[in-house]
Design a protein around this ligand. Structure first.
Ligand code: KIV
Length: 288
C-alpha cells in the first residue's frame, strides 16, 4: 500500500464538477472507522451531519445535538478522511442567534475539528450568515427544501416544491444563497421538478437527498445506506446492506459461544513457558 497522501478534494474541484457535468458523491460519517472507509471508497464529500445526533447519539431528532457533540464526531472523522472534502454540520441554534456567534462556532469546526467547510440549513434569510462566513474564509454548504432542524415543527414531514409557487420560492432561496457565496447546496426531499429547476438556476452544485436524479450530486446518511438505523427509513433511501441484522447475528453467536465454552479457544489464549508452569505446579503441591 502506498504511504503517499491521496490528493485532497478542494472546494474549487467541487465547483468544477458542475461545469464539467461530473456527478458529486457525498455520504455522511460520524466516527473514525467509517470515515476511513468512506474516504477509501472514493466519495468526494464526507458530511459530519447533525443526523449523527439521531443515528449515533440516539436523540429523537436533529435538534438536541450540541456543538461540542458535533465537534467530537467531526474530530474523529477528520482523523480518517484524507482525500474527501470534509464538511461539518452546524447544529440547531449554533448559527441562528447572530453573525458573530455563527462565525465563532463555524471557526471551531475548522480550527478544532479539522473540517474544510460547514453546512447550515435555511433559505435567503441565512444569506447574510453565508456571506459573513465566506468573507472570513469558511466555505459554506447551504441546505434548503426539507430542513430537519425546523421543517418538522413548522410543516411536518412534507415533500417540498410540490407547486410552481413553492418551487419559485426555493429557486429564489437558492439564488440568494449562491450569490452570498455558498459553494454548494443540499436539496432535501423536494420534487424531482423542483430539484431540476433549482439545479438549472444556480452556478453552484446542488447535492440532492430525496430530490431525484437531476441534482449535480447525491448524498445519503451512512446508517441508512448500511441498514444500521432501524427506527425509520425514508422512501428516498437506497439500502445497500442490512448491517443491523449482521451485527445482531454476530453478537448472539458470541454470547452463545461464551455460554457454551466455545470462546475463548486455544488460539485466543496465552501461556507461560513450560518451566514456569512446572514451578507453578510445584508451588501448588507444597504444604503451607
Ligand atoms: O445531517 C445530515 O445528515 C444532513 C443530510 C441529510 C444532508 O443534513
Amino acid at each position: 500500500m502506498s504511504s503517499q497522501s491521496p490528493r485532497k478534494i478542494s472546494v474549487s474541484e467541487i465547483l468544477r464538477r458542475k461545469r464539467e457535468h461530473v456527478k458529486i458523491v457525498a455520504i455522511t460519517a460520524y466516527d473514525y472507522p467509517t470515515s476511513l472507509l468512506a474516504d477509501r471508497s472514493g466519495v468526494d464529500i464526507i458530511l459530519v451531519g447533525d443526523s449523527g445526533g439521531m443515528v449515533v447519539l440516539g436523540y429523537q431528532d436533529t435538534r438536541p445535538v450540541s456543538v461540542d457533540e458535533m465537534l467530537m464526531m467531526a474530530k474523529a472523522v477528520s482523523r480518517g478522511g484524507r482525500r474527501a472534502l470534509l464538511v461539518g454540520d452546524m447544529p440547531f441554534m449554533s448559527y441562528q442567534a447572530g453573525l458573530e456567534e455563527a462565525i465563532r462556532n463555524a471557526g471551531r469546526f475548522i480550527k478544532e475539528a479539522g473540517m474544510d467547510a460547514v453546512k447550515i440549513e435555511g433559505g435567503r434569510e441565512f444569506a447574510p450568515t453565508v456571506r459573513a462566513l465566506s468573507r472570513v474564509g469558511i466555505p459554506v454548504m447551504a441546505h434548503i427544501g426539507f430542513t430537519p432542524q425546523t421543517t418538522p415543527t413548522l410543516e411536518g414531514y412534507r415533500v417540498q416544491g410540490k407547486t410552481v409557487e413553492e418551487t419559485a420560492k426555493l429557486v429564489e432561496d437558492a439564488v440568494s444563497l449562491a450569490e452570498a457565496g455558498a459553494f454548494s447546496l443540499v436539496l432535501e426531499m423536494t420534487t424531482v421538478e423542483a430539484a431540476k429547476a433549482i439545479t438549472e438556476a444556480v452556478p453552484i452544485p446542488t447535492i440532492g437527498i430525496g430530490g431525484g436524479p437531476f441534482s449535480d450530486g447525491q448524498i445519503l446518511v451512512l446508517h441508512d445506506v448500511l441498514g444500521l438505523f432501524e427506527r425509520f427509513t425514508p422512501k428516498f433511501v437506497k439500502r445497500y446492506l442490512s448491517l443491523s441484522g449482521e451485527i445482531l447475528k454476530a453478537l448472539q453467536t458470541y454470547r452463545d459461544d461464551v455460554l457454551n465454552g466455545q470462546f475463548p479457544g486455544e488460539e485466543h489464549s496465552f501461556h507461560m513457558d513450560i518451566a514456569e508452569v512446572e514451578k507453578l505446579q510445584l508451588r501448588a503441591r507444597r504444604p503451607n
